[in-house]
Design a protein. Structure first.
Length: 261
């Protein structure tokens, strides 16, 4: 099956009340994730045909309940290209339990990288990690160079997902609490730095329409066809991130990738 990757236009607003993905898409998550892993084999040539890195620091933020291990492939890939990619070093992503109620542990990590390298930090966040990346960029604009989110549901109601109850269980936070609601309202605002939102309308865990904001001139929206689980392992996603870091995402508005589910 062919899949397309396309730049989405910044036009109509999101629906007022998007719902969660269908149960069919939800049920297909595991086999599609397995395909994402398998698709890495034989993708070396495609992944090498990208701009080389310039040594800038890149911090990778994992999704809900995941740790730095989930981003091992991406970290190794970006380092091979010439970036200084690092994991966040905060263990499993359990929301405020990992980063602090106001993100203070994450902010300290960003400050440490900035002080050590002397350069602003590019943040790449998967799912919940993407929400945290945007939150950090709002709070530390002078220390953040750019934000790339992958399947991160930052732009709509948390119940437009099939995992909001897992978020509450694992983080100890309620999605409608005053603090979580206030932070969500901040995260959705246009960022003070360039950003890219990679999203899929066939995502089985989160509604793809709340993974990007249409009409934000600071954010490039790139649609892919992908499951949620294992999205950061997909060759087309890795290449999109490399192209974005190299400044070529807008120069390649359309691409085809074979055998994507």
């Amino acid at each position: 099956m062919d899949a397309h990757v396309e730049m989405t236009s910044l036009k109509a607003p999101l629906k007022d009340s998007p719902g969660p993905p269908s149960k069919l898409l939800w049920a297909a998550e595991l086999p599609r994730a397995a395909w994402a892993v398998a698709s890495l084999f034989g993708a070396r040539r495609m992944l090498d045909d990208v701009p080389r890195g310039d040594g800038r620091p890149v911090l990778l933020l994992p999704g809900l309940f995941n740790s730095d291990r989930s981003n091992f492939v991406m970290r190794r890939y970006l380092n091979r290209l010439g970036y200084r990619a690092e994991g966040w070093g905060l263990g499993r992503n359990l929301g405020a339990r990992a980063v602090g109620a106001e993100g203070e542990k994450l902010f300290e990590r960003i400050r440490e990288i900035h002080a050590r390298t002397g350069k602003p930090v590019t943040l790449i966040g998967i799912s919940l990690g993407g929400i945290m990346a945007r939150f950090a960029a709002h709070r530390l604009p002078g220390l953040v160079r750019e934000v790339i989110t992958v399947s991160a549901p930052f732009a709509g109601p948390p119940r437009a997902t099939n995992v909001w109850f897992m978020f509450e269980l694992l983080t100890g936070d309620r999605v409608d609490s005053e603090r979580v609601t206030a932070q969500a309202a901040e995260v959705i605002k246009p960022l003070p730095v360039p950003s890219t939102a990679i999203w899929s309308r066939s995502d089985g865990l989160v509604n793809g329409m709340i993974c990007h904001v249409e009409g934000d001139p600071q954010c490039r929206n790139i649609e892919i066809r992908s499951s949620h689980l294992g999205v950061q392992l997909r060759p087309e996603v890795l290449r999109l991130i490399a192209d974005t870091l190299g400044g070529e995402a807008l120069a390649k508005p359309r691409a085809s990738v074979r055998n994507s589910r």
